[in-house]
Design a protein around this ligand. Structure first.
Ligand code: NAP
Ligand code: F7E
Length: 348
């Protein structure tokens, strides 16, 4: 019989990649969608458009992570074999502005799902979208499953609650519940206010005269950036193991935001010159025009300066490894941005 999966956060970056991945594996896929005043299904609309068949295998349900009754009625109705909990207020900077909402969605939302599993059917497998932000202020060279946590934002603290809750429901009730501790992963479908998408989108527009300047925050923070497509495969692999465990998923390489900008400029053939003597560094183009300006607006009250993951355990036990390197990811993100602005495409 076909397996049935329920994905919360299906309208987000990872949810859309995971939905496509599971449909290809023959799953029936159900997703949670919250009501919005504008359409919020752009990332998954192609599932309907491309594949008539998927209409019988792909279903969306209105609900919200802050509303236990909606979650309960969906789960009771669809009877999933696997739940992937990807829904969250996932923006670190926003979590400082909306700490209570972040806790309600990102922490208590997990509790609501696990309680429904505990009370209705303990055989449902559960995946929790954990994060490298849990490590926060830890400056160990590379972070793995044994590295202690030191969260530095309301977002990371909400995710810490979910991480430990997932472990607790596994130990206390024998539920197949696992945490993926995923380092940053990006794609053409990344949300527009995350730094990689913001940089790629702005620099493509700057190159073709559609935007004048890109404003950034801390250009010295370093991240371990992979591709979302590789990372959703790891989620599924964790759920296919005999016993539930937690895994770090990462590329093992890091670069700074500044170097990421340089890489995008290199691919787009934009010459930039950094001036870092000011309190707020900036960069000019070959005509001495300021095209990148750092601003206090994008600094966080507490920053996570460096993250880089050690994913040896996943590579050994799940036989997982990333297929994308950073340049391939950047190329794909740039191509997509150019495709979005068709007039620009002609100029390439
Ligand atoms: P994303 O693009 O921001 O997607 C978040 C999803 O959660 C969206 O579908 C959003 O719906 C939904 N959502 C938010 N609040 C909700 C609520 N109250 N009720 C129902 N749905 C709600 O995030 P992502 O990058 O795909 O990440 C997926 C998960 O992995 C998140 O939990 C994130 O925290 C975690 N994570 C991400 C990364 C990364 O680098 N991408 C790394 C580690 C962990 P709308 O579309 O309506 O906004
Ligand atoms: O920031 C710096 C910023 O917002 C990366 C989420 O998916 O990954 C993501 O969280 C770095 C930070 O991602 C800007 O200060 C500079 O140091 O793209 P980001 P994030 O905070 O690492 C983790 C693993 C998650 O779990 C989260 O859900 O870039 N930065 N200038 C900037 N960041 C943003 N957003 N905007 C700027 O202008």
């Amino acid at each position: 019989m076909k397996k049935c999966a329920f994905i919360t956060g299906i309208t987000g970056q990872d949810g859309s990649y995971l939905a496509k991945f599971l449909l290809k594996k023959g799953y029936k896929v159900h997703g949670l969608k919250r009501r919005a005043s504008l359409i919020n299904t752009q990332r998954i609309d192609d599932i309907y458009e491309d594949n008539f068949q998927s209409r019988k295998k792909f279903f969306l349900h209105h609900g919200d992570m802050t509303d236990a009754s909606s979650l309960q009625s969906i789960i009771e109705k669809i009877k999933p074999d696997e739940i992937y909990n990807l829904a969250a207020q996932s923006h670190v900077a926003v979590s400082f502005e909306q700490p209570e909402y972040t806790a309600n969605t990102t922490a208590l939302g997990t509790l609501r799902l696990l309680e429904i599993i505990r009370q209705t059917n303990r055989k449902i497998k559960f995946y929790q979208a954990g994060t490298s932000e849990l490590y926060g202020g830890i400056y160990k060279k590379k972070q793995n499953e044994k590295t202690p946590f030191h969260p530095r934002s309301p977002y990371a603290i909400a995710k810490l609650y979910s991480h430990w809750l997932t472990k607790n429901y596994r130990d206390a009730y024998g539920i197949f519940a696992c945490n993926g501790i995923l380092f940053n992963h990006e794609s053409p479908l990344r949300g527009e206010t995350f730094v990689t998408k913001k940089i790629v989108s702005a620099l493509v527009k700057i190159k073709y005269g559609m935007q004048k300047k890109l404003y950034l925050g801390n250009i010295y923070s370093r991240r371990d950036w992979g591709h979302a497509k590789d990372y959703v495969e790891a989620m599924w692999l964790m759920m296919q193991k005999k016993k539930p465990e937690d895994f770090v998923i990462s590329t093992g390489k890091q670069i700074s935001v500044k170097k990421f900008v340089n890489l995008v400029c290199d691919v787009l053939k934009i010459d930039i010159y950094w001036n870092e003597k000011n309190k707020f560094p900036y960069a000019t183009d070959s005509k001495n025009k300021v095209i990148i300006q750092t601003s206090s607006k994008y600094f966080r009250p507490t920053e996570v300066n460096t993250l880089v993951g050690d994913s040896k355990k996943a590579r050994k036990i799940l036989k997982w490894k990333p297929k994308y390197d950073l340049r391939k990811l950047v190329n794909e993100m740039i191509d997509y941005e150019i495709y979005l602005h068709k007039n620009v495409k002609k100029k390439f």
